[in-house]
Design a binder for this molecule. Structure first.
Ligand SMILES: [Fe+2]
Length: 294
Protein backbone atom coordinates (compact mmCIF):
# COMPACT_ATOMS: atom_id res chain seq x y z
CA UNK A 1 0.00 0.00 0.00
CA UNK A 2 1.45 3.37 -0.99
CA UNK A 3 1.12 6.58 0.97
CA UNK A 4 -2.00 8.29 -0.33
CA UNK A 5 -4.04 5.16 -1.11
CA UNK A 6 -7.67 4.68 -0.09
CA UNK A 7 -6.70 3.44 3.37
CA UNK A 8 -3.90 5.02 5.36
CA UNK A 9 -0.52 3.36 5.05
CA UNK A 10 0.67 1.97 8.41
CA UNK A 11 4.32 1.87 9.38
CA UNK A 12 6.95 2.83 11.92
CA UNK A 13 9.54 5.49 12.45
CA UNK A 14 12.90 4.21 11.17
CA UNK A 15 15.45 3.79 13.98
CA UNK A 16 19.07 2.93 13.22
CA UNK A 17 19.33 0.69 16.30
CA UNK A 18 16.89 -1.76 14.70
CA UNK A 19 17.97 -1.27 11.09
CA UNK A 20 18.51 -4.98 10.46
CA UNK A 21 15.23 -6.01 12.10
CA UNK A 22 13.39 -3.29 10.16
CA UNK A 23 14.78 -4.55 6.84
CA UNK A 24 13.86 -8.13 7.69
CA UNK A 25 10.35 -6.97 8.67
CA UNK A 26 9.85 -4.55 5.77
CA UNK A 27 6.96 -6.62 4.41
CA UNK A 28 5.07 -5.88 7.65
CA UNK A 29 4.91 -2.13 6.93
CA UNK A 30 3.36 0.04 4.22
CA UNK A 31 5.69 2.98 4.86
CA UNK A 32 8.51 4.23 7.09
CA UNK A 33 9.02 7.67 8.55
CA UNK A 34 12.55 9.03 8.28
CA UNK A 35 13.89 11.68 10.66
CA UNK A 36 15.55 14.08 8.23
CA UNK A 37 18.03 15.25 10.88
CA UNK A 38 19.48 11.72 10.92
CA UNK A 39 20.33 12.22 7.27
CA UNK A 40 22.05 15.54 7.98
CA UNK A 41 24.17 14.93 11.04
CA UNK A 42 24.82 11.22 11.22
CA UNK A 43 27.58 8.99 9.97
CA UNK A 44 27.96 8.19 6.30
CA UNK A 45 27.01 4.58 7.14
CA UNK A 46 23.68 5.61 8.65
CA UNK A 47 22.92 7.99 5.81
CA UNK A 48 23.66 5.22 3.30
CA UNK A 49 21.43 2.80 5.21
CA UNK A 50 18.56 5.29 5.14
CA UNK A 51 18.92 6.25 1.49
CA UNK A 52 19.17 2.55 0.59
CA UNK A 53 15.50 2.28 1.62
CA UNK A 54 14.42 4.65 -1.16
CA UNK A 55 12.41 2.70 -3.70
CA UNK A 56 12.01 -0.31 -1.39
CA UNK A 57 9.18 1.19 0.64
CA UNK A 58 7.42 4.59 0.66
CA UNK A 59 9.15 7.05 3.00
CA UNK A 60 7.84 10.17 4.65
CA UNK A 61 9.99 12.92 6.19
CA UNK A 62 9.87 14.18 9.76
CA UNK A 63 12.11 16.81 11.35
CA UNK A 64 13.22 17.59 14.89
CA UNK A 65 15.75 20.37 14.36
CA UNK A 66 13.82 23.36 13.00
CA UNK A 67 12.59 24.85 16.30
CA UNK A 68 9.79 26.83 14.65
CA UNK A 69 8.89 28.55 17.90
CA UNK A 70 12.28 30.07 18.70
CA UNK A 71 12.01 33.86 18.68
CA UNK A 72 14.65 34.24 15.97
CA UNK A 73 14.82 33.88 12.18
CA UNK A 74 14.72 30.36 10.77
CA UNK A 75 18.01 28.76 9.74
CA UNK A 76 17.59 28.91 5.95
CA UNK A 77 20.73 26.86 5.28
CA UNK A 78 19.25 24.09 7.46
CA UNK A 79 15.97 24.29 5.55
CA UNK A 80 17.76 24.01 2.22
CA UNK A 81 19.58 20.91 3.43
CA UNK A 82 16.23 19.48 4.61
CA UNK A 83 14.79 20.17 1.15
CA UNK A 84 17.62 18.15 -0.39
CA UNK A 85 16.99 15.20 1.94
CA UNK A 86 13.22 15.31 1.36
CA UNK A 87 13.81 15.21 -2.39
CA UNK A 88 16.25 12.32 -2.09
CA UNK A 89 13.80 10.36 0.09
CA UNK A 90 11.01 11.07 -2.47
CA UNK A 91 8.92 11.96 0.56
CA UNK A 92 5.39 13.23 -0.15
CA UNK A 93 5.43 15.57 2.88
CA UNK A 94 7.72 17.10 5.52
CA UNK A 95 6.57 17.51 9.12
CA UNK A 96 7.87 19.41 12.16
CA UNK A 97 6.68 20.14 15.68
CA UNK A 98 4.70 23.19 16.67
CA UNK A 99 7.17 23.87 19.47
CA UNK A 100 10.58 25.28 20.25
CA UNK A 101 13.66 23.27 21.12
CA UNK A 102 16.12 26.13 21.54
CA UNK A 103 16.36 29.66 22.75
CA UNK A 104 18.93 31.88 21.03
CA UNK A 105 22.32 30.37 21.82
CA UNK A 106 21.11 27.35 23.75
CA UNK A 107 19.55 23.94 22.95
CA UNK A 108 16.90 22.84 25.45
CA UNK A 109 16.96 19.16 24.37
CA UNK A 110 13.16 19.13 24.73
CA UNK A 111 10.08 20.03 22.73
CA UNK A 112 8.57 22.99 24.57
CA UNK A 113 5.11 24.48 24.04
CA UNK A 114 4.30 27.93 22.70
CA UNK A 115 2.02 30.53 24.25
CA UNK A 116 -1.20 30.18 22.23
CA UNK A 117 -1.78 33.83 21.36
CA UNK A 118 -2.54 35.77 18.15
CA UNK A 119 0.96 37.31 18.23
CA UNK A 120 2.72 33.96 18.45
CA UNK A 121 0.42 32.52 15.77
CA UNK A 122 1.39 35.41 13.44
CA UNK A 123 5.07 34.72 13.98
CA UNK A 124 4.60 30.99 13.30
CA UNK A 125 2.48 31.68 10.22
CA UNK A 126 5.31 33.76 8.73
CA UNK A 127 7.84 31.02 9.48
CA UNK A 128 5.62 28.27 8.05
CA UNK A 129 5.38 30.31 4.83
CA UNK A 130 9.18 30.46 4.73
CA UNK A 131 9.38 26.68 5.15
CA UNK A 132 6.83 26.23 2.38
CA UNK A 133 8.85 28.46 0.07
CA UNK A 134 12.04 26.41 0.56
CA UNK A 135 10.85 22.81 0.91
CA UNK A 136 8.81 21.83 -2.16
CA UNK A 137 6.43 19.28 -0.58
CA UNK A 138 3.39 19.86 1.67
CA UNK A 139 4.41 20.98 5.15
CA UNK A 140 2.71 19.43 8.20
CA UNK A 141 2.73 20.67 11.79
CA UNK A 142 2.74 18.20 14.67
CA UNK A 143 0.99 18.79 18.00
CA UNK A 144 3.32 18.10 20.93
CA UNK A 145 2.79 16.88 24.47
CA UNK A 146 3.53 19.37 27.23
CA UNK A 147 3.76 19.39 31.03
CA UNK A 148 2.97 23.08 31.50
CA UNK A 149 0.80 25.78 29.90
CA UNK A 150 1.92 29.41 29.43
CA UNK A 151 -0.33 31.64 31.55
CA UNK A 152 -0.86 34.08 28.67
CA UNK A 153 -2.27 31.41 26.31
CA UNK A 154 -5.61 32.62 24.95
CA UNK A 155 -6.57 29.78 22.59
CA UNK A 156 -7.20 26.07 22.88
CA UNK A 157 -4.77 23.66 21.22
CA UNK A 158 -7.24 23.06 18.39
CA UNK A 159 -7.95 26.77 17.84
CA UNK A 160 -4.21 27.50 17.64
CA UNK A 161 -3.59 24.67 15.17
CA UNK A 162 -6.64 25.49 13.06
CA UNK A 163 -5.63 29.15 12.82
CA UNK A 164 -2.04 28.49 11.73
CA UNK A 165 -2.99 25.74 9.30
CA UNK A 166 -5.86 27.75 7.81
CA UNK A 167 -3.66 30.80 7.19
CA UNK A 168 -0.79 28.83 5.66
CA UNK A 169 -2.43 25.81 4.04
CA UNK A 170 -0.20 23.57 6.16
CA UNK A 171 -1.64 20.19 7.16
CA UNK A 172 -1.57 18.51 10.53
CA UNK A 173 0.52 15.56 11.63
CA UNK A 174 -1.82 14.59 14.43
CA UNK A 175 -0.04 12.83 17.25
CA UNK A 176 -3.03 11.00 18.72
CA UNK A 177 -0.98 9.80 21.69
CA UNK A 178 -0.06 13.40 22.50
CA UNK A 179 -3.74 14.40 22.45
CA UNK A 180 -4.54 11.51 24.79
CA UNK A 181 -1.66 12.39 27.14
CA UNK A 182 -2.41 16.12 27.22
CA UNK A 183 -6.12 15.49 27.76
CA UNK A 184 -5.38 13.13 30.66
CA UNK A 185 -2.65 15.27 32.22
CA UNK A 186 -4.44 18.61 31.81
CA UNK A 187 -8.06 17.51 32.11
CA UNK A 188 -9.72 18.25 28.77
CA UNK A 189 -11.88 16.11 26.50
CA UNK A 190 -9.71 14.53 23.76
CA UNK A 191 -12.78 13.77 21.64
CA UNK A 192 -13.78 17.44 21.69
CA UNK A 193 -10.25 18.25 20.49
CA UNK A 194 -10.68 15.88 17.52
CA UNK A 195 -14.15 17.29 16.79
CA UNK A 196 -12.71 20.83 16.72
CA UNK A 197 -10.19 20.06 13.94
CA UNK A 198 -11.21 21.27 10.49
CA UNK A 199 -12.27 18.43 8.15
CA UNK A 200 -9.40 17.39 5.90
CA UNK A 201 -6.76 18.91 8.18
CA UNK A 202 -5.11 15.67 9.35
CA UNK A 203 -2.66 14.39 6.72
CA UNK A 204 -0.56 12.03 8.86
CA UNK A 205 -0.87 10.45 12.31
CA UNK A 206 1.57 9.41 15.03
CA UNK A 207 0.81 6.71 17.58
CA UNK A 208 2.97 5.66 20.55
CA UNK A 209 2.87 4.25 24.05
CA UNK A 210 4.49 5.62 27.19
CA UNK A 211 4.78 5.17 30.92
CA UNK A 212 2.93 6.59 33.89
CA UNK A 213 5.11 8.57 36.34
CA UNK A 214 4.00 8.33 39.97
CA UNK A 215 5.86 10.68 42.27
CA UNK A 216 5.05 12.27 45.61
CA UNK A 217 5.86 15.68 44.15
CA UNK A 218 3.09 15.30 41.56
CA UNK A 219 -0.53 16.10 42.37
CA UNK A 220 -1.57 13.08 40.28
CA UNK A 221 0.14 10.46 38.09
CA UNK A 222 1.62 11.96 34.92
CA UNK A 223 1.49 10.17 31.57
CA UNK A 224 4.86 10.54 29.84
CA UNK A 225 5.44 10.39 26.10
CA UNK A 226 8.32 7.92 26.36
CA UNK A 227 7.64 5.97 23.15
CA UNK A 228 8.60 2.84 25.05
CA UNK A 229 5.56 0.62 25.52
CA UNK A 230 2.50 -0.66 23.65
CA UNK A 231 -0.04 1.91 22.52
CA UNK A 232 -2.77 2.18 25.17
CA UNK A 233 -6.26 1.06 24.18
CA UNK A 234 -7.59 4.53 25.01
CA UNK A 235 -5.30 6.03 22.35
CA UNK A 236 -6.45 3.42 19.83
CA UNK A 237 -10.07 4.33 20.64
CA UNK A 238 -9.20 7.95 19.90
CA UNK A 239 -7.48 6.91 16.65
CA UNK A 240 -10.59 5.06 15.50
CA UNK A 241 -12.72 8.10 16.34
CA UNK A 242 -10.30 10.31 14.39
CA UNK A 243 -10.38 8.03 11.35
CA UNK A 244 -14.16 8.42 11.17
CA UNK A 245 -13.63 12.19 10.73
CA UNK A 246 -10.28 12.65 9.02
CA UNK A 247 -8.46 10.89 6.16
CA UNK A 248 -4.72 10.75 6.90
CA UNK A 249 -2.52 9.11 4.28
CA UNK A 250 -0.17 7.44 6.75
CA UNK A 251 -0.13 6.32 10.39
CA UNK A 252 3.32 5.96 11.98
CA UNK A 253 4.08 4.11 15.19
CA UNK A 254 6.84 5.93 17.08
CA UNK A 255 9.06 3.75 19.22
CA UNK A 256 12.30 4.99 20.80
CA UNK A 257 12.88 2.72 23.76
CA UNK A 258 12.71 -1.01 24.40
CA UNK A 259 13.34 -1.38 20.68
CA UNK A 260 14.37 -4.99 21.19
CA UNK A 261 10.69 -5.85 21.76
CA UNK A 262 10.03 -6.37 18.05
CA UNK A 263 6.96 -8.51 18.73
CA UNK A 264 5.40 -5.62 20.63
CA UNK A 265 6.07 -3.28 17.72
CA UNK A 266 4.51 -5.68 15.22
CA UNK A 267 1.58 -6.25 17.55
CA UNK A 268 1.01 -2.49 17.80
CA UNK A 269 1.07 -2.23 14.00
CA UNK A 270 -1.55 -4.99 13.85
CA UNK A 271 -3.68 -3.25 16.50
CA UNK A 272 -3.50 0.00 14.52
CA UNK A 273 -4.48 -1.83 11.31
CA UNK A 274 -7.43 -3.40 13.12
CA UNK A 275 -8.65 0.08 14.11
CA UNK A 276 -8.23 1.31 10.52
CA UNK A 277 -10.34 -1.64 9.34
CA UNK A 278 -12.94 -1.03 12.04
CA UNK A 279 -13.26 2.66 11.11
CA UNK A 280 -13.55 1.79 7.42
CA UNK A 281 -16.16 -0.88 7.98
CA UNK A 282 -18.22 1.54 10.07
CA UNK A 283 -17.85 4.11 7.31
CA UNK A 284 -19.00 1.63 4.65
CA UNK A 285 -21.85 0.42 6.83
CA UNK A 286 -22.90 4.02 7.48
CA UNK A 287 -22.89 4.80 3.76
CA UNK A 288 -24.91 1.65 3.05
CA UNK A 289 -27.53 2.73 5.59
CA UNK A 290 -27.72 6.21 4.10
CA UNK A 291 -28.07 4.65 0.64
CA UNK A 292 -30.86 2.35 1.79
CA UNK A 293 -32.67 5.23 3.48
CA UNK A 294 -32.34 7.45 0.38
FE1 LIG B 1 4.92 12.34 17.44
Amino acid sequence: MAIGGAAPAVGIGYRAAIDRWTRESLHCFDALEITVDHCLASSRTLRSAIFDLVGRIPLTAHGVGLSLGTDAPLDLAYLDRVAGVVERLRAPAYSEHLAFTRVPGRETAALLPLPKTEEVAESIIAKVRTVQSRVPVPFLLENITYVFEWPDSKMSDAEFLNLICQETGAGLLLDVENVYLNATNHGFDPYAFIDALRPGLVKEVHMAGGVTIRDESLAKPLLADSHSHPVPDAALDLLEYTLARQTPSVIILERDDRLEAGDEILDDVARIRARVAAAQSKDTHGEALVGAAG
